[in-house]
Structures are given as C-alpha cells and as structure tokens.
Design a binder for this molecule. Structure first.
Ligand code: GDP
Ligand code: GDP
Length: 454
C-alpha cells in the first residue's frame, strides 16, 4: 500500500495554511534593488539569499507563509523584476497595482541611502489610491550614521518611516510590529476573499457587446460606491451589485475605453484579456451568436482555460438569430468548442437585456466548482472503484496502476495521481470525464498530473 509522503504543494496553497484557513496578506512593494527580496527573506526567516543577479530574470509574485510573534500571515514578494527592462516605470506601477489588489496591507520599501525617487513617487500614488494600510520601510539603514536618511522619507506623506537593515536585521522587529498593527487579523481584501466581492472579467473580441453588457449590468442595478478603506481597490474595476451580492468586474475601464487603432487591434485586445484574466477568478467570454465563431473567440477561451480561471460562455446578440443560424451555431459549438463542454452557457442579448439575469447563477456555479475540494478518502474510493472496473490498458506487459490520488489544490482543482507507471493521456482524459460526471466541476478547468512511483 502506498503512503503519500510528499504531497506536492502549489504556489496557490501559500495563501492558506494546512487546514485551508485564510491568512491576511502583506505585500512587499517597491522599485528594483531597494532590498525587497532581502527583506522578505528576513521576514520568513530564510537564511540563504534569493536575490537574483541575472539580468533579465523576472520572477512573478511569490507567496510565503510567515509568522511574527505568533501571528501568521502571507508575505507576497513582488521582487525580482528586471531593473534594466524597458518601460521600468510602467512595470513598477503594474507590479504595485497587482500586489496592492491582492494585499490586506502593504509594506512599501524605499532605499534610504538613495532617498525618494520619481519611481517611488509613482508607487506612492498607487498606494494612496488603493487606501490600503501602508507601512513604510526605510531600508539599508545599516547603522546610526544613516538614520537621518530615513527621516527624510517623511516627505513621502505615508507616515513614519521605519529605519531598517534588511541585510543585517537592524530595526526589523519594530518594522514587523508596525506591519502587524496595519494588517487586519481577518483577511479582508486578500487574494482569497471569503464572502468578499468575487472578481469577474468580461472578455471577448471587439464589438461583441462587452460594454453593452456592462452597461446593462451596472445600469439596472445599484453601482456600489463604498468609501470604506480598501474597498475601492483599483479605479479600473467596478463594483456591481447583482443577485444580492457585490461583484468586482475587473478592468472595466479597459472595456469602456475603446482601442481604435486599426493595426494592432487584436494585439491590444489580447493584452487586455491577459491582464484582466490575471486579476479575475472567473471569466465570462462573450461570443457573437449571429456570426460564425472565429479563431479569436477560441483563442480567448484557450487563454481562460490556460490561466486556470473559471469560465462561463455567453452567446450575445441572440435577438439577431434566425432558425437557420441557430442550427449552424450549434454545429459550430460542437466543432470549435469541444475543449470546453463543461462551461455553462447562457444565450443573451445585452442590448435588450434578454436572459442577462441568467449570468449570475452561471457565474456562481462556475465559482463553486472552481473552489470545490474533494476529500482524499472520497476521491480514492471513487478512483479505486473506477480503476477496478476500467483498468488502464496493459503496456509492454505491464499494468500501470494508480496507487493513490489526492486533490493538491483548488482554484482550479488540481489532482495528482501517484501511479506505478506512466498513465496515458487518453486514460487521464477518461478519469477527468468521470471526475466531472461524479463531482460536477461545471465551469472550471481541472488539472490532472501523474507522479510515477517505483
Ligand atoms: P529587490 O530588487 O528590491 O528585491 O532588492 P534585493 O533584495 O535584491 O537587494 C538589492 C541589493 O541591495 C542586494 O545587493 C542586497 O544585498 C542589497 N541590500 C538589501 N538590503 C540591504 C540593506 O539593508 N543594507 C545594505 N547595505 N544592502 C542591502
Ligand atoms: P464591445 O466592443 O465588446 O464593448 O462591444 P459594444 O458593447 O460596444 O457593442 C458593439 C455593438 O454591438 C454596438 O453597436 C452594440 O449596440 C451592439 N450590440 C451589443 N449587444 C447587442 C445585442 O445583444 N444585440 C444587438 N442586436 N446588438 C448588440
């Protein structure tokens, strides 16, 4: 009998502890080279430096579980951005925006020996707009001689600068005390918001009706303008109340602002899609029902699947359909969207409002599936029965056996099969189909990987 000794963990699991409890998120933000990574190492108590000296190496945000005086929290490291990269200012601001959107509090790091630069000021603007609690770290104060440099940073208008030496540890206790004070005990605006507004992206090729739908959704229902600190996270998003709940529609500014350049139109559209997906938990992809499904439509759907977000497909402009088109649409869906038979579907007309009310239940179903966790015992008894009835074909005289299965992550659900030999893709797809039949998973991609055990 196999005993799972090394259940793999995914980056996403750092947002929760072993019991799946949510931890508040402290994001460490600042321009390159101020010492963010060094500080993160100090906070999480890791001795070896992870500072990246290779030019051009970019590292996306990484989350670690940390503990200070018994309080557990998640540290979000946004370091490792390419300092020589083109559009440095844009990448710093984008980094800060993303980190801030995910955080409950922000630790803003400035190099006290350099003082506040234009780039620092750009980050300050974002922090102000976000209205999240901010603690200002004046880093590289390695000794009393440079304390005065720290005091200069009062000029940023973010309150008291905490002098610290990330490298040597000087002042880090006081800094962390301040950070703990700033950090809410309950995660309120973190990445994994329980009961908070869930994040929806409206996607689709130009002219498919995204802004019409947005207007319908926002227009008929109260647009929430909540002045409470932290709730107006990102000015490009919109909070909309639907079905008794508040939803965050991400990057609606990008939807409302039309890109009119004929050349590069699709390129910019795909950039926007990627950025919106990055922030969203679930995507509603609009497809023009009265016209043939295009490559751009299927590409957007692939982007959603690959990003691991939940998916709802809305066929828009339903008012323009005749019977013949309806017939061909169904054939096209069978042919072009075979990859996502699990996505809930709604047929809408954003212009008239037809069936727009069906969107929210579809989104809720998709998110429930995205969040779903199958207990290990239940999963293994299901897989055991399935595999006994339909064993993997014998290969090279051997019978690959699945020894143990576990769901290693949610959002989206990820399964790991520990097997005695390689499991063929066709058999993995068979297992995926049966998992969906058994447990639902409507509206979410699921991932199945295999670890071979001798
Ligand atoms: P990041 O790009 O903001 O993540 O910065 P790093 O953590 O990679 O640090 C950039 C450089 O500053 C490295 O060479 C660090 O060793 C150095 N550094 C970081 N913290 C301190 C500090 O407190 N004092 C001094 N003197 N150097 C530091
Ligand atoms: P976006 O580029 O995806 O934001 O698309 P728009 O919302 O600007 O819509 C493009 C065009 O399609 C506009 O002329 C809309 O009035 C029209 N449109 C949007 N939804 C519908 C619909 O349900 N039915 C019809 N007939 N036209 C629609």
């Amino acid at each position: 009998e196999f005993v799972g000794d090394e259940v793999p963990s995914y980056e996403g699991d750092a947002w929760t502890d072993d019991e799946g409890e949510l931890l508040p998120v402290l994001a460490v933000v600042g321009r390159p080279n101020v010492g963010k990574s060094t500080l993160v190492n100090r906070i999480i108590g890791r001795r070896e430096a992870v500072t990246e000296d290779t030019p051009g190496v970019t590292r996306d945000r990484v989350a670690y579980e940390a503990n200070w005086n018994g309080r557990r929290f998640t540290v979000l490291d946004t370091g490792g951005w390419d300092p020589e990269g083109e559009g440095l200012r844009a990448s710093i601001t984008a980094q800060a925006e993303r980190a801030v959107a995910l955080a409950d509090a922000v630790l803003f790091v400035v190099d006290a020996t350099v003082g506040a630069t234009d780039h620092d000021e750009a980050v300050v603007k974002i922090l102000r707009a976000a209205r999240k609690p901010v603690v200002l770290a004046a880093n590289k104060v390695d000794g009393p001689a440079t304390e005065a440099d720290a005091a200069m940073l009062w000029s940023l208008g973010l309150g008291e600068p905490y002098p610290v030496s990330a490298l040597h540890g000087r002042g880090s206790g006081d800094l962390l005390d301040a950070a703990m004070e700033a950090l809410p005990t309950e995660p309120t605006h973190g990445h994994r918001i329980l009961g908070g507004p869930r994040r929806v992206a409206l996607l689709g090729k130009p002219n498919v009706g995204k802004s019409s739908l947005l207007n319908k959704l926002a227009g008929e229902h109260r647009v929430v303008v909540d002045a409470k600190a932290g709730t107006t996270v990102d000015p490009v998003d919109e909070l909309i109340e639907l079905g008794g709940k508040t939803w965050r529609f991400v990057d609606t500014a990008g939807i409302r602002r039309k890109v009119n350049t004929a050349s590069g139109h699709e390129y910019f559209a795909s950039l926007r899609t990627a950025a919106a997906l990055d922030k969203a938990e679930v995507a509603v992809v609009l497809i023009e029902a009265q016209e043939s499904i295009t490559e751009q439509d299927t590409r957007i759907i692939s982007m959603v699947v690959e990003s691991g977000r939940a998916l709802v497909i809305a066929y828009n402009k339903w008012d323009l359909l005749d019977d013949e088109r309806r017939y061909y649409l169904e054939r096209e869906i069978e042919r072009d969207l075979v990859r996502v038979p699990w996505a809930p579907r709604v047929n809408i007309a954003a212009r008239t409002g037809r069936h727009v009310d069906k969107l929210v239940p579809a989104i809720e179903t998709a998110l429930e599936s995205w969040d779903q966790r199958i207990p290990t015992g239940r999963l293994n008894s299901f897989i055991g029965t399935l595999v006994a009835a339909h064993p993997h074909p014998i290969r090279g005289g051997r019978q690959p056996r699945i020894l143990f299965a576990t769901q290693a992550a949610t959002r989206p659900p990820r399964f790991v099969l520990f097997a005695s030999a390689f499991i063929e893709a066709g058999y993995r797809r068979f297992i995926e189909r049966r998992l969906r039949e058994e447990f639902g998973f409507v509206g979410t991609p699921i991932d199945i990987s295999v670890r071979v055990r001798e």
